[in-house]
Write a protein that binds this ligand. Structure first.
Ligand SMILES: *[C@@H]1O[C@H](CO)[C@@H](O)[C@H](O)[C@H]1NC(C)=O
Ligand SMILES: *[C@@H]1O[C@H](CO)[C@@H](O)[C@H](O)[C@H]1NC(C)=O
Length: 188
């Protein structure tokens, strides 16, 4: 798993370096990673997730989220990300890729990964042991240069289900992120 993740990250970095070109003069659109939605997994009751997504003129997206942790965790013994690929209207989803991490605590504590900006400014800190309290994550984003280089087929909507399980095999955190890549207008 770790090897697969490392080679994915290296592959992405190689792509980032090799696909960077000088912008064409007069270019007015840019392919951008876009978050469409973040919702809670319906089977985890009481999370009460609220989400605000804000787009700026470049197509960059920032999110504010708040939620309750219902099932505290001494340890996150399993973290699973499973991505399905859907039609551009979000229907007809099929399994695309899944990653399992044995050490969810290390995943959320990592400060140098693609996903780190999503977890680094949560108040109170979202770290093991995870307390059953209310969390606030204001104005976070992710590295879109790296995401724009991910070799996911375009023209699809992806749904990424992120689950974190505690030592009692209860769900501590579960959300579904929908995203796609879109051409957005940019200022020259
Ligand atoms: C759930 O969220 C809504 C809107 O943010 C809020 O009004 C309500 O009090 C929350 N409920 C709980 C149990 O936290
Ligand atoms: C969110 O962060 C961006 C980048 O740091 C900043 O430009 C923007 O003003 C922030 N928005 C809010 C509402 O804090």
């Amino acid at each position: 798993m770790r090897t697969a993740m490392v080679s994915l990250v290296i592959g992405v970095l190689v792509l980032v370096v090799t696909t960077k070109r000088a912008p064409r003069p007069g270019q007015s659109t840019k392919l951008m990673f876009q978050w469409l939605d973040i919702v809670e997994c319906p089977e985890l009751k009481g999370q009460n997730l609220s989400v605000v997504l804000r787009y700026n003129k470049n197509g960059d997206v920032y999110a504010d989220t708040e939620w309750n942790v219902v099932n505290a965790a001494k340890k996150l013994v399993k973290l699973r990300q499973s991505v399905s690929s859907c039609r551009d209207d979000g229907t007809n989803c099929e399994h695309f890729v899944a990653w399992d991490f044995k050490d969810g605590c290390a995943f959320i504590a990592n400060r140098n990964a693609i996903w780190s900006p999503c977890f680094s400014n949560i108040r109170p800190p979202f770290l093991c042991p995870v307390a059953a309290v209310h969390y606030v994550n204001k104005n976070f984003t992710i590295d879109k240069e790296i995401l724009n280089a991910l070799p996911f087929p375009r023209g699809r909507v992806y749904k990424d289900r992120l689950e974190m399980w505690n030592e009692k095999e209860e769900l501590t955190y579960c959300i579904i992120l929908s995203f796609t890549w879109k051409y957005v207008a940019i200022r020259d």
